[in-house]
Design a protein around this ligand. Sequence first.
Ligand SMILES: *Cc1c(COP(=O)(O)O)cnc(C)c1O
Length: 297
Amino acid sequence: MDIIPDQQPYIQEIPADWYNNKIAGLAMLRLDVIDKDISGNKWYKLKNNITTCVHQEKNTILTFGGGYSNHLSATAAMANKCQLNSIGVVRGKYKKLTPTLEYCKRMGMQLHFVSFEDYKLKDDIDFLTELSKIYNNPYLIPEGGANKEGRIGTERIADIIPNEYSHIVLSVGTGTTLIGIVNNSHIPVLGYAPMKGGKYLNDEVKQYIKPERQTSYLIEDKWNFGGFGKCNELLVEFMNDFYRSTNIPVDRVYTAKMMYGIKEQIFGGFFDSNAKLLCIHTGGLQGNLSIQNQLIY
Ligand SMILES: *Cc1c(COP(=O)(O)O)cnc(C)c1O
């Protein structure tokens, strides 16, 4: 199946005064422009999953996520685009749906709510067998698109990164995208985890990284702003400032924290003056809905 993007990703230079000329260059790979609803890295993970789903002659996708999940909303949109049914197993019960869940519903996703307790079973084989029975043997995608198809799909991102960069910089949730890029590139990769204790991902991803690249990545969790999904005035102000300087909208959960961290590291002398960084815009702008009235974009 051919899945056509709205727009090809491109590389956009960040003006040198944003980093005070402390390094040789900084640019952003705009994966967020690929599709308004299936943005960023989710496009690459899902495209490869859907191809496999269609090969297996299945017409329903079942996946998992919380009430604000970028993965859930991208899956709903991608399934809709490809005329497949989608089922979202949602963590928690909602009296009122979040904007993300409202969107998923509009895209035709059937929502299956489970308690926080049951949601912990999302990778448990008996739980999955039960869900498969209820929904007539759908194609299963784990939370965050974190499976082999996802890891292979995201290798394609490295194809569009020119060799001139000294570092690739990206935000990390499950680590799936980082794995794909590390395995298919020769450039060192820096990951920024937006959750407390996210450094554990350094070990978690290791099993999927090919031997010659095991020392070519590092995941930092310092700029988590209090934890996953947490956001404060400082971060919002940073997002607005970044937009003023670059015209690039970043998302509150992932890419804003990454750019905040990178800026602190640049000004703190972490990089030498020859460094040329390529930051990846992994999308996720739908997540800004909840702070829309505080943003200038
Ligand atoms: C899902 C997501 C990530 C995390 O991707 P992983 O492959 O799970 O590490 C990063 N940035 C954005 C904007 C996302 O939506």
